[in-house]
Write a new protein. Sequence first.
Length: 104
Amino acid sequence: MKTTTIKSTLKTLVIAGAIIGSTTLMADGGALYKKCAGCHGQTGEKVALGKSKIIKDLSKADIVTALKGYKDGTYGGSMKGLMKGQVAKLSDTDIQAIADVIGK
């Protein structure tokens, strides 16, 4: 095989890998939100357990702030402990994906 062919093939593989890798790393906010819907409603329209805000009215930035705050323990009232457990395994990408689905 010629050196130029090998270089061209490697370049193609690197580009394809980057494209595939970036799409597989993208979080599916709708799928992630499904576990939230039991308390918050399908569109974030419920007052969860009679204590939360209606999250569909929050901005994307407010949702990100809340979820990150629950995760690090700096946000929330009486449901802080419950929510910390719910968001503990979410990455920043996951949190943003959820905010993109629910927030305004």
